[in-house]
Structure formats: C-alpha cells, structure tokens
Design a protein around this ligand. Structure first.
Ligand code: ZN
Length: 346
C-alpha cells in the first residue's frame, strides 16, 4: 500500500499561482520559485512514502509524565534539504543572537504549552513527540510547512509576499495542529474534509497566538499570518472574522451560499473558520474557555471519520456542547448560532 502524505504549507498553491501571474516581476519570480520547490517536495515525499510502505516511524517514549516540550532548532543555512541542518538551540538552552531561531523555539513552545495546559495533551501525538524547527530554509522561500513527522520548516520570505515566517505564532500553531489532526481524525486533505483539516489548524493556530498575547475574543484580530506577510499580501493571509477580505487575493467564502465546488482546501476553510469565530465571540471571554474545547473534543471524537463533511463535523460540535455543557446551555446555543451564520445545517 502506498499512501501520500500531504505537505502542509501555510501559503496555498492557488494563491502562489495567482501571484505568479502578478505584474511585478520580482513577486512573479519569487512565487514561481516557491511553487517549483513545493512541487519537488511533493514528488520526493510520494516516493519516500512508497519506499517505507507509507508509514512514518513513530518514536517510542517511556514513562513520560508530560508537561515539558522537547525542542530542537536547526539552521538550514538556506539549503533546500529536508534533512535537519546544524543544531543551533536545544531544549532548555538560552536565546541566541539569531531572532529566527528564538522565534521558532518560542512558537513551538507556545503551541506545546497550549495543548498541554488546556487539554493535557503531551505534544502532537499525545506521547511527547519531539518538536523540530528548521529555520532559514531555502533562499527567499515564501512558505512554511509541516512534514508530518514533527519537523517544521521555515522560509525567510522574499520580503514582498512573505517576511520571516518564524514571526507567526498563529502560523506555527497552525502547522503543528496538522500533526494533532493527523493523529486524531486524520481528515482527508481534499474536499470538505480537507477544508475542515485546514480550518482546524487556523482555529487552534489563532488560539495559540491569542493565549501568548493574553487576548480575549474581542481583542484578537482573528487574522491568520498577519505577522509574516509582506506588502503584497497585507494585512494577512486569511480572516476568520470576515473570510474573503484578508488581502486583495483572498478568495475565501464566508458561508455555504458562496461555497466553491472543487475549491482548494484553503478556500472553503473560510466557512468553518467563520463558524468558530461566531461561536467564540458569541460566548465571549477566551476562545479556549469553551469554544476551543468543543472543537478539540470533536477532532478527537472517534465518530469523526476521515472523510467528514461540514454538516457531520457541525453535528459533532453540537453533540459535545450539549454533552459537556447541557442541552439548553449558552454553549449549545452559541454552536447553533455559529453554524447557522455560515448556513451549514445541523
Ligand atoms: Zn495548513
């Protein structure tokens, strides 16, 4: 059996395609370079999945009590190799002079801390999976990605589309959450289940950032990637509050009336993203008080199958809201309001 592991990037290929047709030559060239490199990874990954029978080795951990991340940051020194480069900072070591190294270290730590503090989840696999950050990947590379095995790679950006990608706490939370989803529902990365996979990453990515900044739901900008975009994509990659308005190239729909049939997983993810935004802001306080736990219980529910539709996911969020907070609770009412706002039937 061969299985293809999707490479999880923060910037979708559709957006890079549109930028590759941009009038500005520098932007066009940077987008084309990143697209060519991303395409090469996908081929390499399909080949290695075929060689290993499609299974990635999982580390064996003994007697972990949890609560402590195990981080290592590597400097790729602009190489395009997917093998981690020189170790520049290990767990417990003090900051170094390179801010990209420290940002990656802090972002991996903030994500670990979010999952541990709120859900007592010990890393992405729940078994203390070591977190590896690889900074300065490629030259002016306009993306950041998670490889499905605990490694996150960060480009420096070309300065027009993206800037230093390590600066995005939400981006790091987004990428690592792909690892959580992979170990739980393992939502298939196409169609509505793929858009749910993407949305779940945005939902927890923004919470990682909100928690670091101590923001309640009214203080957050609900923007994804606001700290890593250059002039071409400002103010952000995506908006959970108002999908489709994040930047001039943003094509996300905000409800099912505008669902894009056959659309990219990063496009239709605007719909469940906005549902979560409505649930969290209806409830008030911090997003991780109730909205986050309802979404987390759904992602971990064995009843959520890999090919789940928006409606199936939505029904499970209501089930968890009712079970954990009560049938007529404000949490259950907020969940109904969230899916109602995006026209997904419950
Ligand atoms: Zn993603």
């Amino acid at each position: 059996m061969t299985r293809r592991y999707p490479l999880h990037c923060i910037v979708p290929p559709g957006l890079l395609d549109r930028l590759a047709r941009a009038s500005d030559e520098a932007v066009r060239n940077a987008a084309l370079d990143t697209l060519a490199l991303d395409r090469r990874f996908r081929l390499t990954r399909a080949e290695s999945a075929a060689r290993t029978g499609g299974f990635l080795a999982r580390p064996v951990t003994f007697a972990r009590t949890g609560g402590q991340p195990n981080r290592t940051i590597h400097d790729q020194q602009h190489s395009e190799s997917q093998t981690p480069g020189v170790v520049v900072r290990s767990e417990g070591q003090p900051p170094v002079s390179d801010s990209a190294v420290n940002q990656a270290y802090d972002g991996l730590g903030a994500t670990y801390d979010y999952y541990w503090s709120i859900f007592q989840r010990d890393s992405l696999d729940g078994q203390g999976l070591p977190l590896v950050g690889c900074v300065h990947f490629g030259t002016a590379y306009d993306n950041a990605f998670y490889d499905g095995a605990g490694h996150m790679f960060f480009g420096d950006g070309d300065g027009q589309m993206l800037t230093q990608t390590t600066a995005g706490m939400d981006v790091i939370g987004h990428e690592l959450t792909h690892g959580v989803t992979q170990h739980e529902a393992n939502l298939t990365y196409s169609g509505q289940s793929g858009a749910l996979n993407e949305s779940v990453s945005d939902v927890f990515g923004i919470q990682v950032k909100q928690r670091v900044l101590g923001q309640d739901v009214t203080q957050s900008d609900w923007l994804i990637g606001a700290d890593i975009v250059g002039p071409e994509l400002q103010p952000a990659l995506r908006s959970m509050a108002a999908p489709g308005t994040a930047n001039p190239h943003d094509d996300q729909p905000a409800d099912m009336d505008h669902y894009a049939p056959g659309g990219d997983v990063h496009t239709n993810s605007g719909i469940p993203n906005h549902a979560f935004f409505v649930v969290a802001t209806t409830l008030g306080g911090h997003a991780w008080d109730a909205a986050g736990p309802i979404w987390y219980a759904t992602v971990c529910d064995p009843a959520l199958h890999p090919g789940a539709s928006f409606a199936q996911f939505a029904k499970l969020t209501l089930k968890h809201a009712q079970r954990d907070y009560g049938q007529g609770s404000s949490e259950a009412t907020a969940v109904r309001a969230g899916w109602d706002a995006v026209k997904v039937p419950l």
